[in-house]
Design a protein around this ligand. Structure first.
Ligand SMILES: Cc1cc2nc3c(=O)[nH]c(=O)nc-3n(C[C@H](O)[C@H](O)[C@H](O)COP(=O)(O)OP(=O)(O)OC[C@H]3O[C@@H](n4cnc5c(N)ncnc54)[C@H](O)[C@@H]3O)c2cc1C
Length: 415
């Protein structure tokens, strides 16, 4: 295709957020162009992204309603319990060594036969999304193609690709990730800082079953999460000081495995590495506005947060579900979907909610990533209190399930 192609919406960034947005908006009746610099064939491979995502039950509803969950369900491990311990390695509730300052979230306490979430490898989420895109005539994919320019006009906006093609839409969605260049070109400022921490990610197989228990405990270098996966494997997200991480990443497989076993303690038995190691520099970015004339930000382009609570993508999915409602409602009453009057509804719905969760996770990380005795004492008291008060525990479980506040129609409870 040469020259200009016209769409209702042009989405820049075909990651987990941009891809899902294309599927949701197409099913709401919009024609979409989806642009990504990477080749989708490469993005589908296991080597592209070694992470797993803790999918909240509200996010799972979105995948179900869009017809994507059937492709994922066999690869999704339910989280039945979450155990949070302000302990050092080896503090384990089933070994009788756990600190009394532990929080146990039990899915059965919510009184529904629903797990607290699911752990899914990112490649399975991505493949389900790309499969839907490939068979949807209302979505045109432009990838690999890098966006090189953008212009936001009175009646429409245009996106230029580095191969000379031009895409035109009533609305541009920036889903180009944490370093979003499109956000900067729309003159949207951010608040951001680095954590001086690296997220080390790896998959391990283990001797004993995990029983669907997700564990998170806090070491002075940062949180350490062990997340239950299918086939008796676990994904670990090990937050390490950025200056110490390279040495761990350079260890031999056997020495790395011993470091993991040392942190896991004995509760999963012998551990073996089941894939390569990955590392992600951790930072906080929050856009000061999620909208500007003819542009809306979603996913990490709007908010990139610490993975301590496994909520980054879940926030992005809520953006997508809310934006879909707002644009559909606007169109149905004859409004221009790129107009600020319509986009303000999205901003009102999502910016405060995202900012409070982003800042909450930032606070949690600061509270728990150090060994300062008075702080340790205060947080242990806090954890002890939450652990003893059932309504508070339920509140935190619903918060983790992203099931609080005004839910967009794709996320609403199924009857
Ligand atoms: C260690 C770790 C663990 C995590 N665990 C969880 C979890 O358990 N649960 C959870 O909810 N979240 C989790 N997250 C967060 C989650 O991974 C991210 O929020 C999510 O992947 C962001 O997706 P995105 O599509 O917004 O951005 P990205 O994945 O960054 O995608 C942006 C896309 O834009 C494209 N792009 C950029 N610039 C251009 C351009 N100029 N032209 C064309 N294309 C362009 C890129 O190629 C890329 O594909 C975790 C994050 C980390 C680091």
């Amino acid at each position: 295709m040469n020259g200009t192609a016209d769409f209702d919406i042009v989405i820049v960034g075909g990651g987990l957020a941009g891809g899902l947005a294309a599927v949701a908006l197409s099913q709401a009746g919009f024609t979409c162009a989806l642009v990504d610099a990477a080749d989708p064939a490469v993005m589908r491979t296991a080597a592209f992204d070694g992470r797993t995502t803790a999918v909240s039950y509200a996010t799972a509803r979105v995948f179900r309603r869009l017809g994507l969950w059937d492709k994922i369900t066999d690869e999704a491990e339910p989280i039945r319990d979450i155990l949070v311990t302000d302990g050092r390695a080896r503090s384990r509730f089933d070994e009788g060594t756990v600190s009394s300052f532990a929080l146990h979230f039990d899915s059965r306490e919510l009184g529904e036969d629903t797990p607290l979430g699911w752990i899914v490898e990112n490649r399975f989420l991505r493949n389900a999304i790309f499969d839907a895109i490939d068979t949807d005539p209302a979505i045109s994919i432009f990838a690999p193609a890098k966006r090189s320019g953008a212009a936001f006009g009175e009646g429409a906006a245009t996106i230029d690709l580095d191969d000379g093609r031009r895409l035109c839409g009533a609305l541009i969605i920036a889903a180009d990730g944490r370093f979003s260049a499109l956000r900067a070109e729309a003159s949207i400022k951010t608040n951001d800082w680095r954590y001086k921490q690296t997220g080390i990610v790896a998959t391990v197989a283990h001797e004993r079953p995990h029983d669907g228990v997700a564990q998170e405990f806090f070491l002075p270098s940062g949180p350490f999460a062990i997340l239950p996966m299918t086939q008796n494997r676990s994904s670990l997200v090990w937050t390490e000081k950025e200056n110490a991480a390279p040495a761990y990443l350079a260890l031999s497989d056997d020495a790395f495995r011993r470091e993991i076993e040392n942190r896991f303690g004995p509760y999963l038995g012998a551990v073996t590495l089941a894939g390569p190691r990955w590392s992600y520099p951790l930072a906080f970015t929050l856009a000061q506005s999620f909208i500007a004339p003819r542009i809306a930000l979603i996913g990490d382009a709007a908010h990139a947060i610490h993975p301590i609570a496994g909520q980054g993508y879940n926030l992005g999915v809520k953006d997508i579900a809310a934006l879909t409602d707002v644009l559909r409602d606007g169109r149905d009453v004859g409004l221009d979907i790129g107009a600020m009057a319509v986009l303000q509804n999205y901003q009102r719905w999502r910016r405060f909610d995202s900012a409070s969760l982003a800042l909450g996770t930032d606070l949690l990380n600061r509270l728990f990533s150090n060994d300062f005795p008075p702080l340790r004492f205060a947080r242990d008291i806090g954890m002890g209190a939450v652990g003893k008060i059932a309504p508070l525990r339920k509140f935190f479980m619903r918060q983790a399930g992203a099931d609080l506040g005004a839910l967009p129609s794709l996320m609403a409870k199924e009857s």
